[in-house]
Design a protein around this ligand. Structure first.
Ligand code: SF4
Ligand code: SF3
Length: 571
């Protein structure tokens, strides 16, 4: 195996024996093979589109979902991944048959000629078997998957810089795929997102110049903005606009279900199904921002947020005592000694071997969470591990409603600078940096956050500036979109030409691939001088890093003191 997609990759270069995340070699291989199949689907879909055939949007959605399931800590289940590969093969077969069967023999010849010209092939042979191998490999027998996988992983691209740019694109597409799937679940789908997912995946099988690959990576940033905007629309039309909220972090004396991950539709259906059952519901990790939405405030049995960010789950899930539903990443490997191993469930794109998986919706009907509710009834109440509240709900609509106050505070000098500390949390000790920055930033600064990075400082009680809290939490990682909307609004209010003229610094913590999509989105919006930590991605080669430094002045984090001094000086 070779996997270097997340920040915790072994030795900062790549996991080669077993993932630091707990991913086994066979699982990594199946994920590589699934990505290969998704590329094949994209190649065939692109071929059909170039021949003027409309490709059903279910193809773009399938690729998005498949990418999502390979995100760090989402799916550890080989049987589930084999199912994904088999479904991919069936889709490839369908697309290939469609491509092979287009029109009469002469029409076909002309279509293939156009296609081959488009793909830059010198060989004018008129047959679909001229396509990339990913489009043409078929095997429904899982016995063949492992061997094939070993030939199609990340290292199959030999040139380090080409590999780096292709992987940067694919990893950005994984984040886009995740957000596109969340939006689709709530009924918002955009052809332009799927078009780019298809184009981007297909491009990684083609020869392109460095400039073309860099341009594709930046277009992924544009697509990430479009996708996060679509998800924002989906969330806010379904559940209302997030508003300032105090969330209880204490326990309760009733049996309860804990729900984690990012999927708000799953939470909604769970809340509906728990009404009148006497069972309480708590959020964990990235589900915390659900409390900020008006719709979820209506549910009295949605009691609060329990525990901390994803990597604390072994401990948090032990003391919670009740069943746990993982709707997406991040899952931490379950140990034999974990008392919760028989009371944890996955759903959607998440999976874990031996863990019950709640099936997808059928024909628009809700998922069936009755097994979880039934189990909760026999469990003891969560042990209280802390008390108090945290404040959040500062997505764009709420902050813009406070715009006058914020602008006044900036004009009067009460707020000197905004520091965006969005992104992920993780286990590495070096992440203590983000807590230190939060603690040591001057009292006239405001931290804008989104994603699980906030758990490094959201319980510190950093106070407020004239009633504006010093930590403004917009929501989940996808709500980084809100932070961009807020920054653009401030740019407009202060009549500035360039977002970089604002008194705003970006100090981003990354871990998994949604953060890659968010980073590319910020680059697309023209943000320069982003600090990235706790370490730079292993998938960025020195030459690609130089491109990012030269064009966007991306830099690694330093020490809290020196970075604060630099940020306060506008650097
Ligand atoms: Fe290693 Fe991260 Fe890949 Fe897991 S996801 S195998 S920790 S690089
Ligand atoms: Fe967190 Fe996994 Fe990235 Fe959604 S839950 S931000 S790490």
């Amino acid at each position: 195996m070779f996997c270097f997609q997340c920040q915790e990759t072994a030795k900062g270069t790549g996991c080669t024996v077993k993932g630091v995340c707990g991913k086994q070699e066979t699982t990594a291989n199946l994920q590589d093979l699934l990505i290969y199949d998704l590329k094949g689907i994209a190649v065939l879909a692109k071929g059909l589109k170039n021949a003027g055939v409309k490709v059903d949007k279910s193809v773009g959605l399938f690729i998005s979902q498949g990418l999502f399931t390979t995100i760090t800590n989402a799916n550890f289940d080989n049987a589930s991944l084999e199912g994904w590969i088999k479904r991919s093969q069936a889709i490839k077969q369908g697309l290939k048959t469609e491509l092979d069967g287009l029109g009469s023999a002469s029409e076909q010849a002309s279509i293939w000629k156009t296609l081959m010209n488009f793909l830059g092939s010198d060989d004018k042979a008129l047959a679909s078997d001229q396509l990339d191998g990913s489009a043409l490999w078929f095997a429904s027998d899982p016995a063949m998957f492992q061997e094939k996988a070993k030939t199609v992983g990340v290292l199959a691209t030999e040139n380090e810089d080409v590999r780096s740019l292709r992987e940067l694109l694919i990893l950005g597409l994984k984040g886009i795929g995740a957000y596109a799937e969340h939006a689709a679940v709530l009924g918002v789908e955009k052809e332009e997102i799927y078009d780019f997912v298809i184009e981007g995946m297909a491009s990684t099988t083609e020869d392109h110049s460095v400039d073309e690959m860099v341009s594709l990576v930046l277009r992924a940033g544009e697509c990430a903005v479009t996708t996060m905007a679509a998800l924002d629309t989906a969330n806010t039309t379904s559940y209302g606009h997030p508003e300032i909220s105090e969330v209880n972090i204490g326990g309760s004396d009733k049996a309860a279900i804990l729900i984690s991950g990012h999927d708000l539709k799953d939470l909604e259906e769970l809340m509906i199904q728990t009404q009148g059952t006497g069972i309480d519901v708590y959020t964990h990790g990235e589900m915390l921002p659900a409390h900020y939405y008006p719709t979820f405030k209506k549910y009295e049995n949605l009691k609060g947020n329990y525990g901390s960010s994803w990597w604390h789950q072994n401990k948090d899930f032990e003391s919670f005592n009740g069943p746990i539903l993982m709707t997406t990443n991040c899952i931490v490997p379950i140990r034999e000694s974990n008392s919760y191993k028989n009371r944890i469930y996955t759903t959607g794109m998440a999976g874990y071997p031996g863990v019950s998986h709640i099936a997808d919706r059928v024909m628009g009907k809700a998922k069936d969470f009755s097994a979880i509710i039934k189990q909760a009834k026999g469990c003891s109440a969560p042990e209280e591990i802390e008390t108090g509240t945290i404040v959040g709900g500062f997505a764009h609509n709420q902050v813009i409603a406070l715009a006058d106050k914020v602008v006044e505070a900036v004009k009067s000098g009460a707020i000197k600078r905004f520091v965006v500390m969005a992104g992920c949390d993780g286990r590495q000790k070096g992440r203590g940096y983000f807590t230190e920055v939060a603690e040591k930033l001057p009292k006239d600064t405001v931290i804008l956050t989104a994603g699980c990075a906030k758990y490094r400082y959201n319980k510190l009680n950093l106070g407020d500036i004239g009633g504006i809290p010093r930590v403004l939490d917009a929501g989940q990682c996808n709500d980084s979109y809100s932070l961009a909307v807020i920054a653009l609004k401030l740019k407009e209010v202060f009549q500035l030409e360039d977002i970089n003229e604002l008194p705003i610094s970006f100090d981003i913590g990354w871990y998994e691939q949604k953060a890659v999509a968010v980073l590319l989105a910020l680059l697309h919006l023209g943000v320069k001088g982003i600090r990235l930590g706790p370490s730079l991605p292993a998938f960025i080669s020195p030459a690609v890093l130089k491109v990012l430094v030269d064009n966007f002045n991306i830099k690694p984090i330093g020490t809290a003191e020196s970075d604060i001094a630099d940020m306060m000086a506008g650097n």
